[in-house]
Design a protein around this ligand. Structure first.
Ligand SMILES: *Cc1c(COP(=O)(O)O)cnc(C)c1O
Length: 362
């Protein structure tokens, strides 16, 4: 069977060049005589893989020297607990922007360890927009200020240009679904994290980028494995890390470098998103669900006039090789996730198909 255009929200499409490179090295990596999965995480070969991956990521994201880069397990969701356990340590409170399911989960986890103050929310309109972030409403005594930078389910994002000023309060960003896809100035943040399975590689590894001066004040109850300092001290090798996922993410970092880095990726991503949004905006049948100003470059939700048409569209698309277009159950309709690995061609063909569908179903 031929490969399809996979619009899954995550795990999602990976670059074909990377899959083929991994395939070549699958049984025998370099001169090691074994696969990466069979290697000791303490071996020289694996050290080269993990430290090489860190170096490439630092270069790609322009991560300052005074930040640590960690490769952890537990997915983005474990960060929802790890962040308050490690950072809610001065005044035991934090400000949150509530923009979807992922920030809701982060909020309810943080509430177990301290006081959560929701400073802005878009829940009133099913998270279809980014609420106004008014600095005068922020708590200057908060231990940190938390944002989901790209809302995978609802298709909104807070781009770098709209990151609010929080004074001395460190900013925390969930970048799970837009890391390496658009440029952020890392020095604005205290902590950034991203589960791998949307833009970085297979599930299993979570990247955490943390400013060193925030480390070392974890609550006493914090399990050893959930302390950032544990992993910083041991360079992500405190225990066995997800070795294959780290190797694979390293290949993706090299691929992004070959593509020209984040700025080049962002340019392509803007082109891709514009193709789809322009079609939807000009369509009499398809409709976007998100406020134009808030639209994500990565996840594009859209709907047809009724559920019957939505189902018909999803089924016909699937038969043409455009898969996983069903929207999240809380939004309905469709969602096209168009991460870094989705080629421009995939969007052009999808738009062409949507055009035909519109004519046939007027
Ligand atoms: C997918 C996702 C998560 C959760 O990631 P897991 O690795 O499944 O725990 C968190 N935040 C955002 C924005 C996501 O898209």
């Amino acid at each position: 069977m031929d490969r399809v255009y996979n619009f899954s929200a995550g795990p999602s499409m990976l670059p074909i060049e990377v899959l083929e490179k991994a395939q070549k090295e699958f049984v025998c990596y370099g001169n090691s005589g074994m696969s990466v999965m069979e290697m000791s995480h303490r071996s020289k070969d694996f050290e080269d893989i993990i430290f090489g991956a860190e170096k490439d990521l630092r270069e790609l994201m322009d991560i300052p020297e005074n930040y640590s880069v960690l490769f952890l397990q537990g997915g983005g969701s474990t960060q929802f607990a790890m962040i308050p356990l490690n950072l809610m340590n001065k005044n035991n409170k934090a400000d949150f922007v509530k923009t979807g399911q992922w920030s809701k989960k982060a909020i309810s986890e943080a509430q177990k360890y301290g006081t959560v103050n929701v400073v802005a929310s878009s829940e009133d309109k099913t998270f279809s927009y980014i609420p106004k972030l008014d600095s005068s409403k922020f708590d200057t005594e908060a231990d940190y200020f938390y944002m989901t930078l790209n809302n995978t389910i609802y298709g909104t994002h807070i781009p770098d240009s709209k990151i609010p000023d929080t004074g001395n309060v460190p900013k925390v960003g969930d970048m799970s679904s837009n890391i390496l896809a658009e440029r952020y100035d890392i020095s604005k943040f205290g902590l950034i994290f991203a589960g791998a399975q949307k833009n970085l590689g297979p599930a299993g590894v979570t990247v955490v980028i943390i400013k060193n001066d925030l480390v070392g004040n974890a609550m006493d109850i914090t399990p050893t494995m959930l302390r950032y300092d544990t992993h910083i001290k041991e360079k992500s090798l405190y225990n066995t890390p997800p070795t294959y996922s780290i190797y694979f993410a390293g290949l993706v970092f090299k691929w992004v470098k070959q593509m020209g880095g984040i700025d080049a990726m962002e340019k392509i991503n803007k082109e891709k998103a514009a193709l789809l949004y322009d079609f939807i905006d000009n369509s009499k049948l398809f409709k976007g669900t998100v406020d134009i100003e808030s639209r994500s470059l990565m996840n594009v939700p859209f709907i047809l006039p009724n559920d019957e048409l939505n189902s018909k569209f999803i089924a016909e698309a699937k038969s043409k090789g455009f898969v996983n277009l069903k929207g999240h159950r809380t939004v309905g309709g469709m969602r096209a996730s168009i991460y870094n690995a989705m080629p421009v061609e995939g969007i052009k063909k999808l738009v062409e198909f949507m055009g035909k569908f519109e004519i046939e179903n007027k």
